[in-house]
Design a binder for this molecule. Structure first.
Ligand SMILES: Cc1cc2nc3c(=O)[nH]c(=O)nc-3n(C[C@H](O)[C@H](O)[C@H](O)COP(=O)(O)OP(=O)(O)OC[C@H]3O[C@@H](n4cnc5c(N)ncnc54)[C@H](O)[C@@H]3O)c2cc1C
Length: 440
């Protein structure tokens, strides 16, 4: 089994970095169990990294880090139940390619597909669509190696309570080695990127949400032009997405990178750049297999905060966001991404028991973001927002406990599964067990 020492690790956005004593790359479940047993004997803590695409210190450790990059791929396909069992380290883009050959697809994805399946589930990663929950809701069965070095397999039937607690558990229940997920016959979607004038978006918001299988919009600060994206099933045959991807790469990545750099050097330009960008985003229509349309490349690096608020507050919240931005004149040019997620019953899911609007704030890497995020977070809190676990936020234990009715029971179960806190790092300790946040 590969292992590295004196390794310097950082996440995608370089907002979290650490020097783990060791990083292990197990090739089998047997390897994973052996590492956990050795950690237990040596009183070491373990964190697991997926693709390192969370913005917070979830993965951070100076003890042992595990990557399941060598424990990936599809283990089993069940054509009768439309389920596939995959290893925890499987990247979503690899899964999509295998599923495509089987004429299956994941019913929904976020806007990138580089995450590992276990990492995506652990933070409640989501896409958009009023009929679709987060990726965690696609899980039918999940298997952990726990702190005792034992296998723990959970599903609706054998242990519903712990199952619901485990589906968004930030790596605190152990190492996810296998996941069985629901898949759907691979659909062809018509993707439409369009522009709409803000007052018309507000007027027709409910229709956009209800009448489209997948709907999201991008609201550029200081601009009245909104970019909408919709995806709906079509009977047309799928076309090549090469041009679409090329366009996306040039306009939404390389061109945006160039203007972002200008804003970094001259922040005062941000407002004009934002207005200009809102006009330049492409209008396009394309028919293709769903998995080719959900995800887009993200070359431009940024920091991000995202909150899920009850859907009923969506309009008031976006109106207040726009007014606050204009009032306070932040130097920000990245669009605010707005999506919809169906309610679920996963204990620590931000969509727990409520249909939600997710509102995501981005700032170009290196630019000042703290004041903007602080003020936007205050608006999100006012509308009972719950933060995305993989993105930046300033909530403390006392706030989080109020947000999640099953919080205390979650803590009890975590305690039973891992009494020595083998899988809890300093960041999680602060988030779950203290009222003083130092790490962001
Ligand atoms: C450019 C970009 C775009 C994004 N787009 C979206 C989006 O559209 N929608 C959305 O909801 N989020 C989005 N995110 C956030 C991202 O999906 C989540 O942070 C996700 O958790 C990252 O997956 P990962 O594999 O990188 O996991 P990591 O960030 O590496 O880990 C996340 C958590 O999972 C745990 N973990 C990982 N593997 C295992 C395992 N095998 N067993 C136990 N625990 C494990 C880690 O310990 C950690 O707590 C985006 C992030 C970036 C950088």
């Amino acid at each position: 089994m590969k292992q590295l020492q004196n390794y310097k690790w950082h996440n995608w956005s370089s907002t979290s970095n650490c020097s783990p004593e060791r990083i292990y790359y197990p090739r089998s479940i047997h390897d994973v169990i052996a590492i956990v047993e050795a950690a237990s004997n040596n009183k070491k803590k373990i964190r697991v990294v997926g693709a390192g695409h969370s913005f917070t210190n979830l993965v951070m450790t100076d003890e042992w880090l595990l990557s399941l990059d060598n424990l990936s791929g599809v283990k089993e396909v069940d054509y009768n139940t439309h389920t596939v069992t995959v290893y925890g380290g499987t990247r979503l883009y690899d899964l999509s390619k295998v599923l495509e050959k089987l004429d299956f697809a994941q019913e929904n994805l976020g806007d990138i597909n580089v995450q590992s399946i276990a990492g995506a589930i652990s933070t409640g990663t989501h896409g958009t669509g009023i009929k679709f929950g987060s990726i965690s809701t696609q899980v039918k069965e999940i298997t952990f190696v726990t702190a005792g070095g034992k296998l723990l397999t959970l599903n609706e039937e054998n242990n519903q309570e712990i199952f619901k607690a485990s589906l968004v558990s930030l790596g605190m229940f152990g190492i996810i080695i296998e996941v069985k997920i629901r898949v759907v016959p691979s659909p062809v979607y018509r993707y439409i990127s369009d522009h709409v004038y803000y007052p018309n978006l507000l007027k027709n918001l409910e229709t956009y949400i209800q009448d489209n299988q997948h709907f999201e919009f991008f609201m550029f600060p200081y601009a009245d032009q909104i970019q909408t994206k919709t995806m709906n099933p079509t009977n047309s045959s799928p076309k090549s997405t090469k041009l679409h991807q090329w366009n996306n790469l040039i306009v939404e990545n390389y061109m945006f990178q160039a203007v972002s750099h200008l804003c970094l050097i001259t922040p005062g330009l941000s407002r004009s750049v934002s207005r200009l960008s809102s006009k330049l985003v492409s209008k396009s229509t394309i028919d293709a297999k769903s998995y080719k349309l959900f995800a887009t490349p993200r070359i431009v690096r940024f920091v991000e905060m995202e909150y899920g608020i009850p859907l009923k507050h969506f309009k008031e919240a976006i109106q207040e966001i726009r007014e606050t931005i204009v009032k306070n004149q932040y130097t920000v040019h990245f669009p605010i991404e707005c999506r919809i997620v169906k309610h679920d019953d996963i204990w620590l899911s931000p969509s727990y028991m409520r249909d939600s609007a997710y509102i995501a704030f981005h700032v170009y890497k290196g630019m000042e973001y703290r004041t903007y995020f602080r003020d936007m977070e205050a608006i999100m809190k006012k509308y009972n927002g719950r933060p995305h676990w993989g993105k930046m936020h300033q909530q403390e234990t006392k706030d989080l406990r109020k947000m999640y009715p099953k919080w205390d029971r979650f803590i009890q179960i975590r305690q039973q599964i891992d009494p020595e806190k083998m899988f809890v790092n300093r960041y999680l300790d602060e988030l779950f067990y203290s009222d003083e946040r130092v790490n962001v």
